[in-house]
Write a protein that binds this ligand. Structure first.
Ligand code: MOS
Length: 768
């Protein structure tokens, strides 16, 4: 695995733990399940819709102060001096920290390569921290920011990944703007092109887009003597705990991080940011709890982005459609520090289709802009835009159907992944069943239309390399004497419905209803260790551990039943919510167990076991899209989309479909509305609010989005048969839309976003 892949994986996955030594794997659930597979409303639905759920940004503590951060307004500047004296004198201001407050300015390195401080004398991107204030109201904190006088020396900057590579470009760091370079090859690319009947080469670009979660990035920090508690909007409380402890040089046991609700993240809350440290520093100086949430504008300016990329693909195929060569060159912008500008960018080129001869080359580039962050299927979304349009173009050249061309080149997983076959034929299933459910053949054969409204269909496919899950994870299940349960798990529910899925696993095992399960989660002081919820690995990581915890508790209940009934242990079986004897003569409900009545609870501990190492546990996806283009205005109407996913067992059909609809919506933004615009003369972000940064609204997404899951259980994956879903659902959307636009217009849109502004000129030139 390359450095940049490790970087992105490291945020969501830890090294595989040794086998914890459990005796043989339990039987799979089989086809008949009672709760698993149903449509289950969220266990916290009432809290969410009534507004009573307490998100970190809702936390209010007695005596709490409100903080605000002064950030650099320049794309690249030296901070020559900071004068906070006027701010400190304002009434209601309790603490002001900056590079002048040495005891509140710990070391902080954005990348691994460059030293820095929380408040550093060189801000290499707009939005880097200069000072922070805590006051008795948010208004006073922001007033105080305006009273801080900063002298900057502005420096030349570069904000485009291609311009940054030109000679003479301003250097973001000494030594040039290349942040990383890596290459891959298999077979012989030249021979591959020589064997091809058709060779195409195209360059595609994808704009940077921002994660824009509904809840801004931030936290509340409180000290009790030398112990710190942080309520943070995060994907992983344990990751935040360890970063804070490391930065402040504190033992882990003195840092508690709680993250019960998260108002969206999409990858941008995997990283622990400076604000958590600033909040802790302000709280310590003021001896008060401090709430520090970035403003909406600041979240857009500096809290993460999908890096902009330029991708060149050259691909060759034989007349019969066999791919003979794929060459991929990608350039991506990390931002001002090393942050994975090309992470996972070439994976679909290497791994989506069978091809003996592949070479890829990735160049990661520094620019004077906020560091990139993981964003729902990092790298894959960008690569899919290029790769799946290339497949569409090849199909046309070969006079083949795009579905047929893909089916002809289904890989077995052994090429890019070191001789490890996929556990399922999921890619084929997604393409075949998706095409059928969409009515691909009929839709493709239907007329494009005459007049100014023209329709077309397009499709794209995907896989995703992290969605297998794995250790470590420990879960504790406590079964009460009345037959209800408490589930203790460290993982965050980042809005995907994790808690509900886990409650369903418990409900399935004990024959109870999901709302009989109380869930304690995402608190480093009270719950078991979990890795951050990211990489679409939360369900396949946690659900098997939850099931093991249930089985361990059931085991103890069966012991109790055997003793109570005077039977051998192996005569007792669990049937729904009862324990009965194999001969069917006697049975007990859980609350009837005498020992349980006395001891009040039984506890089961479950650990996530390692995955099989001889297979590739991979989720697959395909999406189909029908568009209508208005040739007069360049407007694109997305008439309908269908998403089909093979992510192993469907545990909750409702949250599954929610992921598909949400993922497609996000892909619609990537393909048609979203684009970070950095101003040419200043390098500053132009679209820094939700008016100018265009997220797709209800008017932009198709009225019809259909989720068509592949119903199977991936028994080789883990003991619940489920794989990750949250990221594969958004990977193919952009390519499918672009291909549909091509089918409607004959115009190949190589740059995101496709919208009336970008489409009108090519439409006009077609008119001649
Ligand atoms: Mo995800 S981009 O790993 O939260």
């Amino acid at each position: 695995m390359t450095e940049s892949e490790q970087e992105i994986e490291g945020q969501v996955r830890y090294p595989q733990a040794p086998d914890a030594g459990a005796a043989g794997d339990p039987q799979p659930w089989g086809e008949k399940t009672r709760v698993v597979g149903s449509r289950q409303p969220r266990v916290d639905a009432f809290e969410r819709v009534s507004g009573s759920a307490i998100f970190p940004s809702d936390v209010m503590l007695p005596g709490m102060l409100h903080a605000a951060v002064l950030t650099s307004p320049h794309a690249n500047a030296r901070v020559k001096s900071v004068d906070t004296s006027k701010a400190e004198k304002l009434s209601g201001v309790y603490a002001v920290i900056s590079r002048n407050t040495e005891d509140a300015n710990p070391d902080w390195d954005y990348g691994s390569d460059y030293p820095g401080k929380l408040f550093y004398d060189h801000c290499r991107f707009e939005g880097d921290f200069v000072a922070a204030v805590a006051a008795d109201s948010s208004y006073r904190a922001h007033d105080a920011l305006r009273a801080i006088e900063v002298e900057y020396e502005t420096l030349p900057f570069v904000s485009d990944e291609l311009a940054a590579l030109e000679s003479g470009a301003p250097e973001v760091h000494d030594g040039g703007n290349e942040a990383g370079h890596q290459s891959y090859s298999r077979g012989n690319i030249e021979q591959g092109f020589a064997a091809a009947d058709v060779v195409l080469e195209e360059t595609y670009r994808s704009a940077s887009e921002m994660q824009t979660p509904l809840e801004p990035h931030g936290c509340v920090a409180r000290w009790e003597a030398d112990r710190l508690t942080v309520w943070e909007s995060t994907q992983g409380v344990f990751a935040v705990q360890s970063k804070i402890a490391e930065t402040l040089n504190m033992p882990l046991a003195r840092v508690r991080v709680i993250g019960h609700y998260v108002g969206g993240a999409f990858g941008s809350k995997l990283r622990t940011d400076k604000y958590a440290i600033a909040a802790a520093m302000l709280s310590r100086r003021s001896n008060r709890p401090v709430k520090l949430f970035m403003t909406r504008e600041q979240t857009l300016v500096s809290m993460g982005n999908r890096p902009p990329t330029t991708m060149t693909i050259k691909a060759g195929a034989k007349k019969d459609g066999t791919l003979t060569a794929i060459q991929f060159k990608g350039i991506g912008a990390s931002g001002a520090y090393k942050a994975g500008g090309t992470s996972l960018l070439d994976w679909l080129a290497k791994d989506l289709y069978q091809c003996d001869n592949v070479s890829t080359e990735l160049t990661d580039v520094y620019i004077n802009a906020q560091p990139a962050r993981p964003f729902r299927a990092p790298g894959y979304v960008q690569c899919s835009w290029a790769m799946e349009q290339m497949m569409d173009a090849l199909a046309e050249q070969l006079d083949m159907d795009p579905v047929a061309l893909r089916l002809l080149n289904i890989p077995d997983g052994t090429q890019a992944r070191g001789n490890k076959p996929y556990t399922t034929d999921g890619l084929r299933l997604c393409i075949e069943q998706g095409a059928k459910a969409f009515g691909w053949d009929q839709a493709k054969a239907a007329p494009r239309g005459n007049g100014h409204l023209q329709r077309g269909v397009g499709m794209a496919a995907a896989n995703w390399f992290v969605g297998d899950g794995g250790p470590p994870s420990t879960v504790i299940l406590r079964l009460y004497a009345d037959g209800t349960a408490n589930l203790n798990m460290g993982a965050s529910d980042i809005g995907t419905g994790t808690k509900t899925v886990m409650a369903m696993v418990v409900a399935e095992e004990f024959g109870m209803e999901p709302d009989a399960v109380q869930i304690e989660h995402a608190d480093t002081a009270t719950t078991q260790f979990a890795t951050p919820s990211g990489g679409s690995k939360t369900v396949p990581t946690e659900a098997p551990a939850v099931r093991r915890a249930c089985l361990a508790a059931k085991d103890r209940l069966m012991d109790m039943a055997a003793r109570q009934l005077g039977r051998e242990r192996d005569e007792i079986i669990f049937a729904g919510d009862r324990l009965r004897t194999a001969d069917g003569l006697e049975s007990l409900a859980i609350p009837e167990l005498d020992e349980l009545k006395k001891q009040k609870v039984v506890v089961g501990v479950g650990e996530r076991q390692p995955n099989r190492q001889d297979v590739s546990i991979t989720p697959f996806a395909a999406q189909f899209c029908e568009v209508e283009v208005n040739r007069r205005t360049g407007e694109i109407r997305l008439l309908r989309m269908l998403g089909t996913n093979e992510s192993g067992r469907v545990i909750n059909r409702l949250t599954w479909d929610g992921q598909v609809i949400g993922g497609i919506t996000m892909g619609v933004g990537y393909a048609t509305t979203e684009q970070r615009v950095l101003d040419g003369p200043t390098g500053k972000l132009c679209n820094r609010n939700w008016h100018d940064y265009k997220l797709p609204t209800a008017l932009d997404v198709p009225a019809e989005i259909i989720s068509e899951p592949i119903m199977l259980s991936d028994e080789q994956a883990n003991i619940v048969g489920a794989k990750g879903l949250g990221e594969p659902v958004t990977i193919p959307t952009g390519g499918a839309i672009a291909n549909a636009v091509y089918a409607a217009t004959g115009i190949r849109m190589r740059d995101t976003p496709i919208n009336p502004v970008t489409l009108i000129d090519p439409l006009a030139s077609q008119e001649g």
